[in-house]
Design a protein around this ligand. Structure first.
Ligand code: G3P
Ligand code: MG
Length: 271
């Protein structure tokens, strides 16, 4: 089980791979996350028009690919789920990284110049490729299911993700999460033994503990901005696992109880 493979005390998760060191959600970012000693990986997944699960964060390819300069330029702001896998993998998903300081996290002393300079032939990976890497390296992985624009909440992506998890023999390493909690309840039916985490980005209006129990999740992944340390402690005391995102400042992390994990753009700063 995922939680048996990570420490009980401040587990460090690499957000979209080590996204301060390499283009987010690509194989180089994932390899760097593992190499720098992160305890687990966090990635985002989406379904393509032809039913493949790809590792990608945004709704559209505009920000993290070269689509604007490609033959697909006219579709730069179209949703990922309108592209086939072949179309998405025809794009360069690495060169944008060198041209930007994407999130203010790439700073001197953390990134060798050659890292920031060149990711010339990087493509959008499939979930299968990433799960193969995780199995090979026994690297725990948090798979975040992003919403499918046209068919929000339908079960196609949940089924496809769990099929890949079973196929790649990574059930022992995977934690599923989503902001769309319908995917979590579907997953509980499809494969109850794969643990689930509820992503939370706004303060819950009622009793969050009751809600999480109702969802039957093993973990809560809240935005740290809406999670005072006392709330994290209460969740832990209630037997839930907690991973806060996105914390890049060790002083912010230190305010939380040791049992809380963090998901960070800069795992190299914490491990
Ligand atoms: O899973 C934590 C975090 O990744 C949620 O936000 O937008 O980076 O996927 P986002
Ligand atoms: Mg995510």
């Amino acid at each position: 089980m995922f939680f048996h493979h990570i420490p009980d005390s401040q587990a460090i998760g690499a957000h979209r791979g080590a996204r301060s060191l390499a283009p987010e959600n690509t194989l180089p970012a994932i390899a760097r996350a593992h190499h720098c000693g992160a305890h687990f990986l966090e990635i985002d997944v989406r379904l393509t028009a032809d039913g493949h699960v790809v590792v990608f964060h945004d709704d559209t390819p505009a920000r993290t690919t070269n689509i604007a300069a490609s033959p697909l330029a006219a579709r730069a702001t179209h949703h990922i789920d309108t592209f086939t896998l072949a179309e998405l993998q025809s794009l360069d998903a690495g060169s944008w990284f060198a041209a930007t300081d994407p999130h203010g996290t790439v700073k001197t002393g953390e990134v060798a110049p050659q890292d920031a300079a060149s990711f010339p032939s990087v493509i959008i990976p499939t979930l299968r490729q990433v799960l193969d890497f995780c199995r090979e390296h026994a690297f725990p992985i948090n798979v975040e299911i992003k919403d499918h624009a046209g068919r929000s909440g339908d079960s196609a992506i949940t089924a496809a993700v769990l099929e890949l998890v079973a196929d790649t023999e990574t059930r022992d390493l995977v934690l599923l999460s989503s902001f769309n909690h319908r995917y979590l309840t579907q997953a509980a039916v499809f494969d109850p033994d794969v643990p689930r985490a509820a992503l939370i980005e706004t303060a819950h209006p009622g009793n969050i503990l009751d809600y999480l129990m109702f969802l039957d999740v093993a973990a809560c992944h809240p935005d740290h901005h809406i999670t005072p340390p006392d709330l994290a402690r209460a969740l832990l005391d209630d037997g839930l696992r907690v991973n806060l995102w996105t914390i890049n400042d060790p002083d912010v992390a230190r305010a939380y109880p040791p049992g809380a994990g963090i998901i960070t753009d800069v795992p190299q700063r914490f491990v």
